[in-house]
Design a binder for this molecule. Sequence first.
Ligand code: HEM
Length: 179
Amino acid sequence: MENFLHIAAVWLHVLGIALFVGPQFFLAFAWVPASRQIEDLQTRVAAMRTITTRFGWIGGIGLFLILVGGTYLIMTWRDYHNIVEGTAFFDLRYGVVFVIKMVLLVVMIVLVGLHMFVVGPSQVDAMEEQARGGAVSEKDIRRLRITSMVLSITGLILTLVIMGFGVSLGAAEYSLQQF
Ligand code: HEM
C-alpha cells in the first residue's frame, strides 16, 4: 500500500510539473510568435486574454498537484527511504537539497505571481487601449513587454533548476549520503 501511495504521489507531482511547465514553453515559443501574425490588434488582444487566462487555470491546477504530491512525499520520506532513527534532517544531503528547492520555489512563485497578476494584465490592458486608438506610448508597451519577458524567462529557468533539485532528491544514491 505504501509503495502504491508513493507511486501515486510521484505521478501527481510529475503530472503537475507537466501541466505547469508545458504551457510555459508553448506560450513563449509557439503562441507569442504566432500571435504576431494576427494583424488586427483587437483580435490579437482578445486571443491573448483567452490563452493567458486558460494558461492561468492549467498552470494553477498543475501547481496545486505539485504541492499535493510533494507534501505527501516529504511527509513520508523517512519511512520510504528507511532512514535510521536519530538521523537529523540536515545530516543528509536530502535535507539541504530540499530546503534549497523550497527557497527557489518561493522565489519562482513570487516571479510567476508578479507576471500573472501584475505585469501580464497591465501589458494586455495597454495593448487593448492601443487597439482602441487610446494614447499609449510605444515606450510603455516596450517596457512592459521586456519586464514580462524577463519575469517569464527567469521563472522558467528557476522551474527547470527546481526540477533538477527534485530529481536529485529522488536519486537516493546521491541524496542519502551524509552532508
Ligand atoms: C511544496 C512543494 C514541493 C515539495 C514539498 C516537493 C517535495 C519533493 C520530494 C520530497 C521529492 C523526492 C521524493 C523522494 O524522496 O523520492 C520530490 C521529487 C521531485 N520534485 Fe518536488 N516538491 C515540491 C515542488 C516541486 C516543484 C515546484 C518541482 C518542479 C517544477 C518539483 C520537481 C520534482 C521532481 C522532478 C522530482 C523527482 C520525481 C521522481 O522521483 O521521479 N517539485 N519533490
